[in-house]
Design a protein around this ligand. Sequence first.
Ligand SMILES: Nc1ncnc2c1ncn2[C@@H]1O[C@H](COP(=O)(O)OP(=O)(O)O)[C@@H](O)[C@H]1O
Ligand SMILES: [Mg+2]
Length: 313
Amino acid sequence: MTTTTAARTAQPATKPVVSFENVTKSYGTVRAVDGLSLTLHPGETVALLGPNGAGKSTTLDLLLGLRPADSGSVRLFDGTPREAVAAGRVGAMLQSGGLMEEVTVREIVALGCALHPRPHPVDQVLSRAGIDKIADRKVDKLSGGQEQRVRFALATVGDSDLIVLDEPTTGMDVTSRQAFWATMREQADRGRTVLFATHYLEEADAIADRVIVLSKGRVLADGTAAEIKAKAGARRISFDLTGPVDTAPLRALPFLTAFERHGDTVRIQSRDADATVHALYALGLYPRNLEVAGLGLEQAFIALTEAEEATRC
Ligand SMILES: Nc1ncnc2c1ncn2[C@@H]1O[C@H](COP(=O)(O)OP(=O)(O)O)[C@@H](O)[C@H]1O
Ligand SMILES: [Mg+2]
């Protein structure tokens, strides 16, 4: 965790890829993006994680210059989004938007390549996206997952510095999702900055080196998956104590955020499991079956968004 944080905080020496400053966007009375500020650095793989309606797609639309912000500033590579897109510095895969019909996979990818200022060879794009075997198939004959791969291919037709993907694995089964992420990781390993929106927590956890949690258009948390779990508080500790036990000193253990006792089993949550367990042994007790487990990102995410709801409703 420390290493990753250090690596990230060492980044500002390089120019930011994306910079949002206090950006706001409303649709009528709905504030989809609410004072958003964020900076992405070269080479980062960032997950924009949030429930439906959190403002992920709107954020990506603003980033790509597809919609104007109501206020605030959106910069890409120190220019406007439109300049960056026109220069071919950004490859994008959006959530909506149909593919052309009546053309083959190869034809649509070839067109994408032709339109990019710094295109890759068509065959390379097809094979990297894992669609070389279906290159001669008509686009309207594809499964949902295959269509997503074609969209991904279109996001990677050229030598772009930033790849933006909006919920790219929607409609894929678990196997093709995993294969897809391997493909995407290759892009990240080749030094691309990758920003993807998702509501699959395990994806953010497994793929991203930085997770930005959005809720109601605001950033709730921004850090590594491990940091976000830590921010949501708590690791779970459970153990058994037999015989009559005075629970008062247990409840007074340091860093406790929750305490439960069912029969012989005690379940607690702590913000610093090491310190809590140390203090537990110092009570002179003999806990058996001691287990310490982290909250999953999913639980952390729920805890964070619920805490936010509670403060805003
Ligand atoms: N074109 C639109 N017109 C009106 N409201 C919209 C439009 N697009 C999005 N919204 C609203 O803005 C909020 C954020 O939506 P969106 O950015 O699509 O979130 P997400 O991608 O996280 O699901 C939601 O409340 C949504 O209903
Ligand atoms: Mg969306």
